[in-house]
Design a protein around this ligand. Sequence first.
Ligand code: EPU
Length: 301
Amino acid sequence: MRISDKVVAQLKDLGVEVRQGVSLSDLTSLGIGGTTDELLLRRYETVPEVMRMLKDENIPHRFLGGGTNVLIADGELPWVVLHLPAAHPGVRVDGNAAYVDASADLGGMVTFCAKNNLGGMEGLIGVPGSVGGALRMNAGAYGTQIGPHVREVELYRAATGKVETLRGGDIRFDYRHTSFAPEDVMLRVKLELPSKPFKEILAGIKVCNEKRRSSQPLNQKSAGCIFKNPPGGSAGRMIDELGLKGHRVGDAMVSDRHANFFVNTGHASCADMLKLIDEVRERVRTAYGIELENEVIVWRN
Ligand code: EPU
């Protein structure tokens, strides 16, 4: 979608940088996605005003975080994407509290906190993406989830059109799911983390990194696990047991390393990946009577 010169000029006045005709395949870890205009919101304070303007001008939009858990449609897209430019490091530590920008890199945040002798998030070290994205889906790995550490979240609430602060206790964090509305935009988070010597945290990080390296296709284009695990089960194990590792639709393939990772081996389209997801879901349904739910978020056009 292309926005008019008039709106581009208005957005510029709000400090928004507009990049026209961007290929979202360059902004996602799967390397899949069509073309649209990208709006870089350099100042968090302008989010409500920008959202209002887009609504008034009838411009459909979506907020893209780190792009590591999303499968985006092919071709010219009927909405623009909004993006908060990455903050480096985007973290401030005060006692046991870490104040983190949503656009900060999750792994970078874990390392920064570790250097300040704050631990508890070792398991999240290899999870790609932004802190805002991790927050929205309550990312987790190796027994750690971000949710329990959250004390406050500053966010743009679509329901009120305002920036608000929620207390951690007022947010529901479930397995790969939270009570945030889909259109809410994460801006900042306050985490409370246990004190731990850097060396000890580093040892924990090393263990998680080794486990991850030995079981996941880290050097291939993927969105992490495609399906959520069903209660008490493992999607990866079921898909593996069905002999589907290496099964492909075009360049979309079930990883031969971890069967719940679907990788883009070259120029996979969104259509290829969706077909592969449907085929695998159907095979699991037939064999196990279980309907796998997507973990990856699909943006259709
Ligand atoms: N397994 C197989 N074959 C496979 C993959 C797994 O037999 O191809 C078996 C493993 O041997 C193990 C069991 O299935 O006995 C579970 O596998 P694993 O430890 O890899 O964990 P997972 O349940 O597949 C979950 C998360 C990952 C997270 C790891 C480590 C989900 C959907 N996945 O994977 O998160 O990194 O645990 O904690 O919850 C993600 O969410 O994107 C993600 C990668």
